[in-house]
Ligand binder design. Structure first.
Ligand code: M7G
Length: 313
């Protein structure tokens, strides 16, 4: 791990993306550790201004706001900028650091125009499957670290044993672990034979149903301010990481940029329904319409295969 002094050596290279609504900026820079100071690595920081805490509101004007800087006044309307007192109890930022960052991370986190594609089963077999198989396993090392309890073990919320139906529920790296309205958890399954939505079939129904039931029971018990009908359970297609996991978010957390939008997020309930009611091999046979970013490796492959959405089906 890097020391605070080493982190101060982060050198700005360029802004990759910014999102005023979520108060987030993604910055590319370089960073090196003192053991290896001749070798700076590309690094990404995702910095997010944190929301207020519940226990902060009462004392906001008395203790937290240290300065009111007048800006404008019109009749009874006054507006200001302000400065908050610094303290450790209510930090101002949440920062995710990716160090060292690969080209794929820089692509993923850069602003990019997006396009809709239609992935037929043929395009999946010809283009997507070989692409997924070419991804080095090291890309999902963080998933294996979670499953083997090498990392984040103290944060595990729920552990359901079983090779076939087992999974771990942990806070997503994007969550501040505190603000209930922006709750974001990940259910990561133990088995490693499901790469994506496309691999799901009728034999996985016990896993999917078990996961759904356990999460909908557990989360409202753990966080009494959430009802089971306020949880959104979904799967990304395409995901960034091809080891099966289910996203669990609070309904109010609906500005996760791109993350819960149509043609990216597929509801777990609909997946179960499609496999159970329509066909066991539904996801082998269907055409999937989804969004891809222009910088992603997949985009050029899909473009060549003629998958970009056009008016004639
Ligand atoms: P995805 O659908 O594969 O990709 O979801 P996306 O990142 O394009 O959405 C992976 C999810 O895992 C995301 O919501 C990430 O925020 C989360 N995540 C990624 N990493 C590297 C970690 C990690 O190391 N720990 C935890 N707890 N969550 C992570």
């Amino acid at each position: 791990t890097l020391t605070p002094e080493e982190l101060k050596e982060f050198k700005f290279v360029r802004l990759l993306n910014e999102e005023p609504r979520t108060k987030t900026a993604t910055i590319l820079g370089t960073l090196y550790s003192q053991n290896d100071s001749s070798n700076p690595h590309d690094s990404i920081i995702i910095i997010e201004k944190l929301h207020f805490s519940n226990d902060e509101y009462e004392i906001l004007t008395k203790e937290r706001i240290s300065q009111w800087i007048p800006n404008e006044k019109n009749d009874i309307y006054h507006w200001f900028n302000g400065l908050l007192n610094k303290n450790e109890k209510w930090p101002d930022f949440k920062i995710i650091l990716i160090y060292p960052a690969t080209e794929t991370h820089i692509e993923k986190y850069s602003y990019q125009p997006r396009h809709l594609v239609r992935e037929t089963p043929e395009i999946y077999e010809k283009v997507i499957k070989p692409y997924i198989e070419s991804i080095p396993k090291s890309r999902i090392q963080w998933v294996y670290n979670i499953l083997s309890k090498k990392s984040e073990s103290e944060k595990i919320l729920l552990e359901v044993e079983g090779e076939e139906k087992g999974f771990l529920l942990i806070p997503d790296m994007k969550w501040d672990n505190k603000t209930i309205e922006s709750l974001y958890l990940q259910a990561v399954v133990y088995r490693n034979d499901i790469r994506s939505l496309r691999d799901l079939n009728g034999s996985h129904l016990p896993l999917l149903k078990n996961l759904r039931q356990q999460i909908l029971e557990f989360v409202p018990q753990k966080y009494p301010n959430i009802g089971s009908d306020e949880l959104r359970l979904f799967v990304h297609y395409q995901p960034s990481y091809y080891h099966f996991h289910v996203h669990v978010t609070h309904l109010r957390n609906d500005i996760i940029v791109g993350g819960i939008s149509i043609a990216k997020a597929f509801l777990l309930d609909d997946i179960i329904e499609n496999l159970e009611v329509f066909a066991k091999d539904y996801y082998k046979r269907c055409t999937l319409t989804y969004v891809v970013g222009e910088n992603e490796t997949l985009f050029s492959k899909l473009n060549e295969a003629g998958a970009r959405l056009n008016p004639i089906i």
